[in-house]
Write a protein that binds this ligand. Structure first.
Ligand code: PBG
Ligand code: ZN
Length: 324
């Protein structure tokens, strides 16, 4: 009979040994928690497709942010739902916009928590696209100006980092330029460098009320079939001054996370998006999967693929589970 020479099981026989040879670990330091700030007061409305995630008015955002900080999570990623939307997304770059007011409230009441803001137009435009519309499509270069204004306005309100998610060509350079000209050379940019046109954003669009009113985002977000193009997208954002690059969505694109990790030395983030969250929550609610086990396995897969930072709606649960 064949006697195996290599016995992989020797080192798997006890939790102590498994712990000693474990190659990947997840830490609370890796997590970023996304939040949806809605205009008004007394609002705390659960997203039906995202159990446990809410649209909240500022006082409730502040209350939850305190909880996030107490759990040891270093940062939140803010999205805004303005009072009114228009064709040019005016609220996005208004000093009294929903995000600007939220940033000020967070910096005042929860100063230890880093505030990262999503820089995009789709939450603020009545047509739901990520930029200005010209001839039935999003116009790249006129959108750059608005994105730069939006980012500057977030930073002036106190944002610690900005995260452009629009996928216009040149936006990292445009934002970097305007921030530097205004004395904010110390504020980092986390670029959604590799963002695919994904069906996994469905629940988010309910949360942010940002579904495009016509067409889709395929003329600016990446084709899910493309892998080499991810390297070109990342290269251009890095050249333009990105400090952190991101891959989004997460689980269906772990090959891309690994490609970027192998190619670049910059900190790498992955966005575990709304649809990924909904699938786990939905299956767990039905008792089909063990939520804690599946979530922690998913977080481990991001780290194993090479991510440093995980943006996830599971962040509070993960922080609690890791603390025990
Ligand atoms: C806005 C934006 C989206 C997400 C983050 N920023 C939606 C989109 O591009 O349609 C998706 C986040 C998620 O699904 O959790 N550009
Ligand atoms: Zn957008």
């Amino acid at each position: 009979m064949f006697i195996p020479q290599f016995r992989a099981r020797r080192i798997r026989g006890s939790e102590t040994f498994r712990r000693m040879v474990r190659e990947t670990s997840v830490s609370v330091n890796d997590l970023v928690y996304p939040m949806f700030s809605a205009f008004g007061s007394g609002i705390r409305k659960e997203i039906s497709s995202m159990p446990g995630i809410y649209q909240q008015s500022i006082e409730n955002i502040v209350a939850e942010a305190k909880e996030v900080l107490a759990l040891g999570i270093p940062a939140v990623l803010l999205f805004g739902i303005p009072e009114a939307k228009d064709a040019i997304g005016s609220d996005a770059y208004s000093d009294t916009g929903i995000i600007q007011e939220t940033i000020r409230a967070l910096k005042k009441n929860v100063p230890g928590l880093a505030v990262i803001t999503d820089v995009c137009m789709c939450e603020y435009t009545d047509h739901g696209h990520c930029g200005l519309i010209k001839n039935g499509d999003v116009d790249n270069d006129s959108t750059l100006e608005l994105l730069a204004r939006e980012a500057l306005s977030h930073v002036q309100a106190g944002a610690d980092m900005v995260a452009p998610s629009d996928m216009m060509d040149g936006r990292v350079g445009a934002i970097r330029g305007v921030l530097d000209e205004n004395g904010y050379d110390a504020i980092p940019i986390m670029s959604y460098a590799v963002k695919y046109a994904s069906g996994y954003y469905g629940p988010f669009r309910e949360a942010a009320e940002s579904t495009p009113q016509f067409g889709d985002r395929r003329s600016y977000q990446m084709d899910p079939a493309n892998r080499r193009e991810a390297l070109r997208e990342a290269a251009s954002d890095i050249e333009e001054g990105a400090d952190i690059i991101m891959v989004k969505p997460g689980l269906p694109y772990l090959d891309i996370v690994r490609d970027l990790r192998n190619e670049y030395d910059l900190p790498l983030a992955v966005y575990n998006v709304s649809g990924e969250y909904s699938m786990i929550k939905g299956a767990a609610e039905r008792g089909w999967i063990d939520e804690k086990r599946v979530v922690l396995e998913t977080m481990t897969s991001f780290k194993r693929a090479g991510a440093d930072i995980i943006i996830t709606y599971h962040a509070k649960d993960v922080a609690r589970w890791l603390a025990r």
